[in-house]
Design a protein around this ligand. Structure first.
Ligand code: 2RA
Length: 340
């Protein structure tokens, strides 16, 4: 027994992680097909550490008939073109782009937070949240259940891998250029990213926020609760993989730092590493390749009645994208797809 799965966008950062995680978690597969742009057709790519290789097929005329699940990590453009025909062929699309996230008849799911939303699937499409939203709502959910969150202020420190492979190459080449005195270029980012921070991810909006910041607000409202007041500042930092977030929370009810740690320790998908000593916290380089959402620096915010500060780190290519999508596929297998 197993599922016929297509990974669309298989040669990108997230697509490759999807293949890695499908292999790691031994997802029940009757067939696995790597799909990408015509330019990648015929390339051989690894099926994680399975020792097997997959020959990339072109998305252009790919036939989804008979496939159970299509994991899309192809960006909004190709998704707009090909996801509807995959869904029409009877394949459930789990899409990592922002295209469908706010559609009322498309569930937006983080399995640790709102698994039951999967029953709202009406178009054979399920949306994966933005990476910076996913790790945050995993942390907020147990705290919201314990003491009802009223307001959140979050600042993100997002790695360059969130902007793709070219962005990772730019950080590397720019850093090297600065060290050896070569002229440095910035093509992917609007300003130098090496040894710098850029307070701008995705387009600027009329109110002065960015689309990335708007995503964190809207997606949290859809996944967790529309009653939470949330404001975000999203910043790109010179880190290859791993998003970090400084999260300030105001609750309706009292919750001590100790009780918050206890609640977080018991919550699914969370690892608390929180000692008030050198190295007693998690940094992005330690989260790479891991599944967990790490929480450190849990402490009261004395400036408001029921306030708490915490530090949240997770691999943005995994929990922020590929892992969450595959956890949705596992949920689908348990709840919706009945295989004979
Ligand atoms: C980023 N969250 O980090 C966006 C898309 N992955 O660039």
């Amino acid at each position: 027994m197993g599922y016929r799965v297509a990974v669309v966008g298989a040669t990108g950062n997230v697509g490759r992680e999807m293949l890695n995680i499908l292999a790691e978690r031994e997802f029940p597969l009757a067939e696995l097909t790597a799909v990408a742009s015509p330019a990648s057709q015929g390339r051989m790519i690894d099926f994680g550490d399975s020792g097997k290789e997959l020959k990339v097929e072109s998305i252009e005329h790919f036939d989804f008939t008979g496939y159970d699940i299509a994991l899309f990590a192809a960006g909004s453009g190709p998704t707009k073109l090909h996801a509807p025909r995959a869904a029409a062929a009877g394949c459930v699309v789990i899409d990592n782009s922002s295209l469908y996230r706010m559609e009322p008849d498309v569930p937006l799911i983080v399995p640790e937070v709102n698994p039951d939303a999967i029953s709202g699937m009406k178009r054979n499409i399920i949306a994966n949240p933005n990476c910076s939203t996913a790790q945050m709502v995993v942390a907020l959910k147990p705290l919201h259940d314990a003491a009802k969150i009223r307001r959140v202020v979050v600042s993100t420190y997002q790695s360059v891998s969130g902007a793709g492979k070219d962005a990772m190459d730019e950080l590397f080449t720019q850093t090297r250029a600065i060290f050896v005195g070569d002229p440095k270029e910035n093509n992917v980012f609007t300003k130098q990213i090496a040894f710098n921070c850029i307070p701008h991810i995705d387009d600027f909006l009329a109110d002065g926020s960015t689309r990335e910041e708007r995503k964190m607000v809207q997606e949290t409202h859809k996944i967790l609760s529309p009653d939470i007041e949330l404001t975000a500042t999203c910043v790109r930092v010179p880190v290859f993989v791993g998003h970090s977030e400084s999260i300030n929370i105001e609750f309706e009810d009292e919750l001590s730092a100790k009780d918050a740690r206890d609640v977080l320790r018991k919550a699914p998908g969370i690892m608390v590493v929180d000692k008030q000593e050198d190295g007693g916290y998690v940094t992005p380089v330690e989260c790479v390749g891991e599944y967990a959402t790490y929480i450190s620096r849990v402490r009261k915010d004395p400036t408001v009645k029921h306030g708490l500060n915490l530090w949240c780190v997770s691999d943005n290519l995994r929990k922020g994208a590929a892992l969450n999508a595959i956890q949705i596929a596992e949920l689908l297998g348990r709840k919706q797809l009945q295989k004979g």
